[in-house]
Design a protein around this ligand. Structure first.
Ligand code: DMJ
Length: 809
């Protein structure tokens, strides 16, 4: 039913009632802090505008003083309204006496469950670039002649050694630091925890999902839906292959490429196991060849325009390389950086290599994982064991201070290093992450909101409580990895809740998880009661702590629903099964419902990046509406209804489909597949272009604006993988046998009965396929064509060639 918003309630300015829900244990005086700062910002910008018009300092000062007085006297401290129907005058309706208008399912835009045979009538022709030869390959083939003639490797080493001396070997490459030389805290008395023998964990998947019990009709429907997911994947992958092969990301509108993750081809790595799971064996072999070539010691310049993309017409003449001229310095814009973002490198590159190894038992994947792991291991050789978020390859911190770091980055690299220890039998990697987790386990401030940490941690001030406590961005996967370490390591014979001084690593992580989730249940989880029509949903919001200059601690709760937080439905569901925490299962279902609603509630059917929901006690939320039949009713303002602020962009994140996938496997309820299909078809409809899928600026726009930003590698690695798996047989990568990393890379969970290192490919991923043997070492790590192109141009730059303009300086 449509309606027309009417004027606001006369009670809107009544601020006696509390605008924010109380959070147990937080002083009531703190609850208005967020809205107060919002008003401040608005008034300050008003003053700035006046000051520009009347630039006399005295006038500005007078206005500022007046504004301050008005602000301090004003009783109104509400959240900033952010919706088009904001009333402009007092209205005559007594809202208390009006009937409530509830939107069906809490949304104005009901999205149909589209048929499988024609889900997107508006789609462009789906690309048949699959297996096409890459445009870059074509260009690079023409360059082979130059590859043979130019000693580009040596020339590049000149560049590297000229720019970086510390941490370099004699050829100017980042030094590999032997394990024995690393600081590991043992001299200072730190001792690693023992790893207990794996035990049989309780089943995670629902009893009906232990084997494939689907009817023939259900299988047919799943197959149709799965088929469209593969089509979508190929559409995107085909354009990546065609236009961005070897680069990190495809730019879907311009068919350009970008390199935000060192230029090792993040998309290829992140997609490795998705290619295997979807059965795209030829494409996997193409990707595998790239994995063999990548030179991890060479990083592409961070400026994507530092060098032109491969093009035979831009190759410098040979005389350039013969020249003896050496420039005084090399422009910083064309240098190779040496610093990697450790978190992203580990979850996207190391995680995918280990997963591909677990699925295929391919020795190449293991060898590349060990090489990369060894390159990154020194980044954890800090005093606390916290990983350096930005680590310069080849350097060693010698137990130094890492400073201020964010929780997700330090906590959620543990699964990948733990798996590296399991498959190599070398404890050094797991011990490194254990030290960081031990630091968190004894972090003094953690006692105050037991088990929870603010997103930013300062290793020099461990008693500080200030900051934001959330399951959202910058904290998220730390909590996820506690329960997943327990799952990956095969649990423990010790009871997870019984001891606070447990000496077994797995039970320690279960205890830390339990404390964190108990605390989150108390402080972060809230039912959603202010979206008319949405029943039985809950959100996981944020708590903020602030210390005033007088030393007074204030705290307040934000009723947020963030896309990044939406992974937590899956995490809570998993934890509830593994640790018998039934109360968490209820929260998992209610929160997944809220995250799915965030999709259904917008015009495109896609969730925004974030939402702020009206709080129950806030009288500002009501508005009077006239329904089609002339009835006057009251409802909650906002679009989506019940929401007063949004970050409306959408970047194809995986968190909600991840939780929907977990809930399907945990309940066996096919309703979750329908939720997934609605989300998937809405995603394709809103984001598909001729050249792939794009981010969109506004999920509530009738014609969403497409964006040329690089398609994140997690779209191939996570989003599309979860869509594929939810329409697959429930025994494909059963949650009883596999632990999914935060980047959705499945690792084999430890079992009492079997060795954790794979000796044969896991069914059905590389059965009846060519044997995967280790290529000769001289062929491994020699550089991809895209890396060689940059090296050649770097070498030419050293010799004075202006590569940007393709002419001599
Ligand atoms: C992914 O890279 C990972 O899931 C990470 O943990 C946080 N979220 C992004 C995708 O949104």
């Amino acid at each position: 039913m449509s309606y027309r918003p009417l004027a606001a309630s006369a009670t809107d300015s009544d601020s006696d009632k509390d605008g924010f829900p109380s959070s147990p244990g937080f002083p009531p005086s703190s609850r208005h802090a967020r809205s107060a700062s919002g008003n401040w910002a608005a008034r300050a910008s008003h003053v700035q505008r006046l000051a520009r018009t009347y630039p006399l300092p005295t006038v500005a000062l007078a206005i500022l003083s007046l504004t301050l007085v008005v602000h301090l006297l004003s009783p109104t401290r509400q959240p900033p309204p952010d919706f088009s129907s904001r009333p402009t005058h007092k209205q005559p309706y007594d809202l208390d006496s009006l009937p409530l208008y509830a939107y069906p399912n809490g949304t104005r835009y009901p999205h149909p469950l589209r048929p499988s045979d024609d889900p997107w009538p508006r789609r462009p022709v789906i690309s048949d670039h699959y297996l096409a030869q890459s445009r870059l390959d074509r260009e690079l083939n023409q360059l082979q002649e130059y590859d043979l003639l130019v000693d580009y490797v040596q020339a590049t080493e000149v560049v590297l050694s000229a720019v970086h001396r510390d941490g370099s070997d004699e050829k100017g490459r980042p030094r590999k630091i032997p394990h024995a030389a690393l600081y590991d805290g043992k001299e200072q008395g730190w001792a690693p925890k023992k790893l207990g023998a794996p035990v049989e964990l309780p089943p995670v998947q629902h009893a009906s999902m232990q084997k494939d019990g689907r009817s023939t009709e259900e299988k047919e429907q799943d197959e149709l839906r799965r088929g469209w997911v593969v089509k979508a994947f190929k559409h995107l992958w085909g354009h990546y292959v065609e236009s961005a092969w070897g680069y990190d990301e495809l730019k879907p509108l311009s068919q350009g490429a970008s390199n935000p993750f060192a230029g090792w081809g993040a998309t290829i790595f992140d997609a490795l196991d998705t290619l295997l799971i979807m059965g795209l064996k030829d494409e996997y072999l193409r990707a595998r060849a790239h994995v063999a070539q990548v030179d991890f010691s060479f990083l592409a310049p961070s400026n994507p325009d530092a060098y032109p993309r491969p093009n035979a017409s831009l190759v410098p003449p040979m005389s350039v390389f013969m020249s003896t001229a050496e420039p005084d310095s090399v422009d910083w814009r064309v240098r190779s950086p040496r610093t990697v973002r450790t978190f992203e490198t580990i979850i996207r590159y190391l995680g995918s290599l280990l997963s591909a190894y677990d699925l295929t038992a391919d020795p190449l994947m293991l060898s590349r994982a060990v090489e990369l792991g060894d390159f990154l291991l020194p980044s954890m050789a800090t005093r606390t064991g916290f990983i350096e978020p930005a680590y310069e390859l080849g350097t060693h911190g010698h137990g130094g201070e890492v400073g201020t770091v964010c929780l997700a980055e330090i906590g959620s690299v543990a699964l990948e290093f733990a798996r590296l220890s399991q498959v190599t039998g070398d404890p050094v990697y797991l011990e490194a992450v254990q030290r960081g987790l031990d630091t968190l386990d004894t972090w003094p401030a953690a006692d105050r909101l037991k088990g929870l940490f603010p997103v930013w941690l300062n290793t020099r001030n461990q008693s500080s409580l200030t900051g934001t406590y959330t399951f959202g961005g910058q904290a998220d996967s730390y909590y996820e990895y506690l329960i997943k370490l327990y799952q990956l390591l095969g649990g423990s014979s010790l009871s997870p809740s019984s001891s606070s001084s447990s000496s077994d690593a797995a039970s320690q992580y279960a205890r830390m998880y339990t404390a964190a989730i108990d605390s989150a249940q108390q402080h972060l989880v809230r039912p959603i009661t202010t979206v008319p029509g949405l029943e039985g949903a809950a959100t996981i919001g944020d708590v903020h702590y602030k210390e005033t200059y007088k030393g007074e601690v204030r705290s307040w709760f934000s009723m947020r629903l963030d896309h990044l937080t939406c992974f937590a439905g899956g995490m809570l569901g998993l934890g509830s099964r593994l640790l018998g925490r039934d109360q968490d299962f209820d929260t998992a279902q209610k929160f997944t419902k809220a995250c799915t609603w965030a999709y259904d509630s917008t015009r495109t059917g896609l969730a925004p990046e974030g939402m702020e929901l009206w709080a129950e006690g806030n009288p500002e939320r009501w508005e009077a509406v006239e329904l089609e039949d002339g009835t006057i009713a009251k409802t909650v303002k906002g679009d989506p209804p019940g929401v007063y602020g949004t970050q409306n962009y959408h970047i194809q994140r995986p968190e909600t489909i991840e939780s929907v996938f977990y809930m399907y496997r945990l309940t066996g309820d096919r309703k979750y597949q329908d939720d997934a299909w609605r989300m998937f078809t809405s995603w394709v409809d809103a984001t598909i272009t001729e050249g792939g899928f794009t981010h969109i600026h506004d999920v509530n726009s009738a014609n969403p604006k497409h964006d040329d930003s690089g398609v994140e590698s997690f779209v191939y690695g996570e989003t599309l993988k979860y869509y594929y798996l939810i329409f697959s047989s429930p025994d494909l990568l059963s949650l009883d046998d596999w632990t999914f990393t935060t980047e959705a890379h499945p690792f084999r969970s430890a079992k009492p009965s079997s060795s954790s290192a794979p000796s044969t490919p896991a069914a059905p991923f590389w059965q009846d396929a060519p044997a995967l043997t280790m290529p000769p070492l001289r062929e491994v790590g020699q550089g991809t064509p895209a890396q060689k192109w940059v090296r050649m141009l770097q070498a030419a730059t050293v010799k004075g060639w202006d590569t940007a303009r393709s002419k001599r300086r």
